[in-house]
Design a protein around this ligand. Sequence first.
Ligand SMILES: [Fe+2]
Ligand SMILES: [Fe+2]
Length: 134
Amino acid sequence: MDFIEYIKKEFINVKALDEQHEMIVQTLNKLYSLLANGDFTNFVKELEGFRELTRNHFEKENQLMITYKDPGYFSHQYEHSRISREIANGLNDAKNHPEKITIEFLEMLKRWFKNHLALKDQKLGKYLNSKGIY
Ligand SMILES: [Fe+2]
Ligand SMILES: [Fe+2]
């Protein structure tokens, strides 16, 4: 079984964003198996990719919220910046204090992602759909 599953009811019905969410889930699964197998060198590389992926994804959502004047913008983008800091700290630890990186770090990212998807991205999807964006 995968570390994190992405299920149909979590799709937000905006194609580009759903595709990015899928990539995020796949990358978290890769990170999990690399860490579980003790392949730390590739773990760090993959985590760098994850930071880029999430950065692009958050920028895309933020930009859509601005363009379509989503009233939820402020708190939603704030959550993006908060988790971006956690990812940057994790990457810094992975490079400089690898002993600090445990599965708990990935568990935290997974919890964040699931909650964020349910509480923020689902609302964004509905809002964008109401503006004709799918
Ligand atoms: Fe989001
Ligand atoms: Fe998202």
